[in-house]
Design a protein around this ligand. Structure first.
Ligand code: 5GP
Ligand code: ZN
Length: 136
């Protein structure tokens, strides 16, 4: 279902123009307007789902298959040296557009971008506590 006030619903369904790399009946892949690197693309399902939690399993299972196809094409055509796949869920995770999307960021050895985190140093006990919390 389309959500009336959602910009990515409008883009995915062609109501707002975008630089489209690929489209089919379920997805549109577009260039990001604020790219982290040349060729930064977004895989956007046409159906509205705010985030991964809301995304139907069937759509979730198709996203990575499509991303793989786009990735191969990016490597071939852009001659990038690497690729980050990033998918933000919720404000705390940096999500700014509440319609599920997968970032595909081609990387170049000298692109100067920093995408990462500061690694923590948990003890074995802390790792075990979180393992238990998630699995039990
Ligand atoms: P998020 O922060 O939600 O993971 O990513 C949202 C992304 O959408 C950002 O990288 C931003 O540059 C991009 N974006 C926001 N509005 C538009 C738009 O209207 N068109 C396109 N092509 N990208 C957009
Ligand atoms: Zn939407």
């Amino acid at each position: 279902m389309r959500k009336d006030d959602c910009i990515f619903c409008k883009i995915a369904n062609g109501e707002i123009p975008s630089k489209t790399l690929y489209e089919d009946e379920r997805f549109r892949v577009i260039l990001d307007l604020g790219p982290a690197a040349r060729g930064h693309a977004l895989v956007i399902p046409r159906e509205h789902a705010s985030d991964l939690y809301e995304l139907p399993e069937e759509t979730a299972s198709q996203v990575l298959v499509l991303a793989k196809k786009i990735a191969v094409r990016m490597a071939d055509k852009l001659h990038c040296d690497g690729l980050n796949l990033i998918q933000n869920n919720g404000e705390a995770a940096g999500q700014t557009v509440p319609h599920f999307h997968l970032h595909m960021i081609p990387r170049y050895l000298k692109d100067g971008q920093k995408i990462g985190w500061v690694p923590g140093k948990p003890t074995q006990e802390e790792l075990e506590a979180v393992r238990k919390q998630i699995t039990e």
